[in-house]
Every structure is written in C-alpha cells, then in structure tokens.
Design a protein around this ligand. Structure first.
Ligand code: SAM
Length: 313
C-alpha cells in the first residue's frame, strides 16, 4: 500500500515536472519552430467608403475641447525616436510570446503587380517581422529585397523568418540609424520601395520626410507601394473615443492608450505627400473590408489606403 502511494506520488511529480519543462520550452522556443499562418492581403470593396464616411464622420469629429488643446499645442507631440524605442519593445515582447504574431502576406504580389517584375530590387521600409518581404521572395524568384527597420529586433526576426524559409541569399537587411532615412544610399537605387503600415506609425511631419528619402532611393520609373490605415477605419472610430488627439488636420493623428502613435490617411493627403516627394499617383483607392464576428453578431469595417506612387522616368 505504502509502495503504491509512493509510486502514484512519483508519477505525479514526474508529470508535473514534464509539464513545467514543456511550458518552459514552449516559451523559449525560437521563432523558426513556431506555427506560422498566412494572411490574405485584402483588396476588397465590401462596402461603400463615401457612405461609411457620411455615417462615421460625426462620430469621430473631435470635441471642441480636444481641438482647443491641439490648437494651443498643449499636447506635446511624441518624438519619432521615442516611438522607435516602443517598437523595439513590441518586437522583443513578441519574440518571447509562445506563438508570435506572424502572418505571411500571400497575396501581396497580386495586389501590387509591380512586385512580379523580373530582376526586381526592392527596399522595404519598416519591415517589421518580415511577413511581406517573405511573400515577395517566395512569389518572385528574381527579386532581391533589402529590408530595413529602426528596431534591431524586427530586423533580426525578418532575417530569421526568411532564413528558415530558405530565401536568405536574396535578402539583405539594415537597422535604420536615423528616424527618417530608411537606408544608406549605397544600397540604392531600387525598382520598388514598399512602405506597409509604417507611415502611420511615424509622428508629426516625419512620415513626409521618410517618403521624401524613400523617393530619392528609387530609380526613375520606379514606385513606392503604400498600404496603411484609412480614414474611418474601425480603429479610427475607437481611437476617436479612447486616444488622445495630437492633430486633427490634414488627417487625424492620435496617441493611443499604451503610448503608440497612429495616423489615419485620406487618399488626398497621401497623394499630396507623394507630390511633395516628387511622386505621381499611379493608383490610389480605399480598400473596404468587412470582417464578420458571428459570435458577437458584429461587422468590423476595416478601411485601408492603397497607393502606387511612381517616380517619373
Ligand atoms: C505597424 S508596424 C508594420 C510592420 C510591417 N511593415 C507590416 O506591415 O507588418 C510599423 C513598423 O514601422 C517601424 N517604424 C517605426 N518608426 C519608423 C521610422 N521612423 N522609420 C521606419 N520604420 C519605422 C516599426 O519598427 C514597425 O516595424
């Protein structure tokens, strides 16, 4: 009887230790061994943007006191280098997560056909964890990508994701040293510069300065490809309620709870930024994507801006 109890206790202890070890390993497991999923890079017109704008504009319109605060400049604008430090924290945290957020953007080449060209040299500005660079390298065997980000952790994660997929020979990377200079001039010129969900993260006028530098790194006839958050996106509505307004015009800019900056672009403003950078609008549209949460019986209306800004040849 005594022996049987001891045996049960021993089995219990062993199982407990094994569970702790398993959990520990899972937390420490490198990115290369973790589950990856794929994401559709939506190109949808699920609803009418003008109709959404008419309905949502009164909901996101800043109250007079917020406008007054902005006008008196009583809200200090976040600094770009402070935001970069926050992105570094973000990527470090995600590297430690049991299942880091990595969704390869499989349909990127369909949505930006310029990415299919032969012997393509691509610069990706603000590459994050490499989910777009990977898609380009997988989809176009003649493409070379130079991926940069001011966060060293992001660059490291990009190298790892692409190395594991076997495309490392066609990737070069660089940790961006200056907040508005995407990479050193010796790497250019490029056929295409991708800037995906990055301009909105850059406060004040530094998004414009980043685009000017990106344009300088393009060869004549090349193009900057942009996707980013659009005016009246679901998150815009949330930020209008919960975040601190930093600027109302030309497009709204917020400091979100948690300290991250976010801007919501209009096509007009994106076109104007392009023009200031010497680029002409080749394509620009709102992507209106309706996601459905059946459990909560909820439609989630996402709005993105999509633009191809070309450098005259
Ligand atoms: C929302 S994430 C997008 C990442 C990636 N492009 C994607 O679509 O998954 C914003 C990225 O911009 C980078 N970033 C922040 N400030 C930047 C700046 N001044 N210049 C270039 N990239 C910046 C961040 O480190 C981060 O990787």
């Amino acid at each position: 009887m005594h022996d049987a109890r001891a045996l049960v206790a021993a089995i219990g202890l062993t199982a407990g230790a094994a569970l702790i070890l398993l959990l520990h390993r899972r937390l420490r497991r490198p990115l290369s061994h973790q589950v990856r999923t794929t994401a559709r890079f939506h190109d949808s017109n699920d609803f009418d943007w003008a109709e959404l704008a008419a309905r949502v504009e009164p909901l996101v319109r800043p109250p007079p006191e917020a406008l007054k605060e902005v006008a008196c400049a009583s809200v200090p604008p976040p600094r770009t280098d402070d935001q970069i430090a926050r992105w570094q924290q973000h990527f470090l945290k995600h590297a430690e997560a049991p299942t880091p957020f990595f969704k390869e953007r499989r349909s990127l080449l369909e949505e930006f056909p310029r990415l299919c060209a032969a012997r393509l040299r691509v610069l990706e500005v603000g590459c994050g964890n490499g989910s777009s660079a990977l898609s380009v390298l997988r989809g176009n065997m003649g493409a070379q990508v130079h991926a940069t980000d001011p966060s060293p952790a992001a660059v490291e994660q990009t190298c790892e994701a692409i190395g594991v997929a076997g495309f490392g020979a066609r990737l070069t990377t660089e940790v961006q040293r200056l907040p508005t200079v995407p990479c050193s001039a010796r790497h250019g010129p490029f056929d295409v510069v991708m800037i995906l969900f990055t301009l909105s993260a850059v406060p004040g006028d530094d998004d414009a300065a980043l685009l000017v530098h990106a344009s300088k790194l393009l060869r004549p006839g090349g193009a900057v490809l942009v996707r980013d958050y659009g005016l009246y996106d679901m998150r815009h509505r949330k930020d209008a309620r919960t975040a601190r307004l930093l600027r109302a015009r030309p497009v709204p800019e917020y400091l979100r709870p948690g300290g991250m900056h976010r801007r919501y672009y209009s096509l007009e403003h994106l076109g104007a930024l392009g023009a200031s950078a010497g680029l002409v609008v080749e394509e620009s549209r709102y992507l209106c994507v309706r996601l459905r949460n059946e459990k909560r019986d909820l439609n989630m209306d996402r709005v993105y801006v999509h633009a191809v800004l070309a450098k005259p040849g």
